[in-house]
Ligand binder design. Sequence first.
Ligand SMILES: Nc1ncnc2c1ncn2[C@@H]1O[C@H](COP(=O)(O)OP(=O)(O)OP(=O)(O)O)[C@@H](O)[C@H]1O
Ligand SMILES: [Mg+2]
Length: 396
Amino acid sequence: MRHALKVLLAGHPGQTLTQVETLLAEQRQLLVTTRPVNTGETLPLSDLQASCDAIVLVVGEDWRSTLEACFQPGTMANKPLLVVGLPGDLELLRMSMRIGARDFFSIPVSATDLIPALDRVATEEYERRGALSARVTTFMNAKGGSGASFCAANFAHILAKGQGRRTVLLDFELQFGSLPTYFNLQSRNGLVRALELVDTLDATALQGYTQQHPSGLYLLAAAAEGMVLPEDIHEERVAKLFAVLDDAYEELVIDLPRRIDRATAAVLDRSDLVMLVVQQTVAHLHELKRLAALLRGEVGVASHRLIVVINRFEKRGEVTLKDFTEALPGLRVETLPNDYRRVADSINLGIPLLEQAPGSPLCKALKGLVESLSFPGAPRVPQARGPWSWLAGKHT
Ligand SMILES: Nc1ncnc2c1ncn2[C@@H]1O[C@H](COP(=O)(O)OP(=O)(O)OP(=O)(O)O)[C@@H](O)[C@H]1O
Ligand SMILES: [Mg+2]
């Protein structure tokens, strides 16, 4: 599970601030907000740090006025703080420690020092948030019509209604999305609108774009009107949307088209689990092997995050379960039975399987899949670490 780390870059306006801003902008895993602190201005960081994961503070020769502008006397940063300043000033180092800095970088700052330090913060943040942040389960078919949308819809519905998890289902099939019909809901364009307006989006505004099913499941639908081209969806917007959804939901379930572009790569990057839905034919097996190799290689999805779902599985099918497991060593393979009539009824009536046929083998298999992937345990306790942690308690 990888999150974009929200970085607040604050400090004295000038060459160094611009240089650090450029350097951070090249990092896909960072969402950077820059706040210059002009001389004489006050910018209490206590007001701003609630919405970020880490702070990079750039100070110049007049570092005292910048620190005064950002920290009221006796206050400290309550997010990981990295200070960038002129080398060789012991008093600046001491003051940086006082305000809770965990690292100091000398001007001119190099990417090879600063980026690994932020990556360490991101890793700690991920460990700290653990179960607190939303789990992302993405469904993608390895060949058209395999049942990815049906599986995504019913997986999400079981999470919401069967497990009581606060769940949102996202239809990234932006041109031909059809998920509302699976729930007898009106077609709307909530996901596209939310992506368009993501810069001003928060958990409250998000409610204007989601549709709620009586089961408690939320839906961010697509493709009711207008035309969206894949290149119109920027990966930064996707990352920002995830940041908002993370705060509002426990589970994100995504129906993702079989296409690799920057936006779908951003979704895959943030996915805890990627379910590759196929059917039981030689052609599906070939496509699956190609897709799995692409995801593991080019996109960098680790094997433990990939699960193959053979949908409409029959024991006497032309390709066996063993054929799949042998062709894809190291990947978990699950099966879902064929049930043409119940699936057709469920889709035609807009009633999810757990409500329409809860005792059917297919629904039981889906429930079993959801339960076997249940979200583990309680949040972990944060660990304070950093280059100066051995000083903790001595200088505060
Ligand atoms: N387990 C199943 N048993 C019987 N029929 C199924 C099953 N799962 C899906 N189907 C059928 O397969 C059809 C295609 O399903 P779905 O639209 O979910 O596939 P998809 O992979 O999302 O396709 P697309 O390429 O259009 O996105 C559905 O209309 C449904 O009738
Ligand atoms: Mg589909």
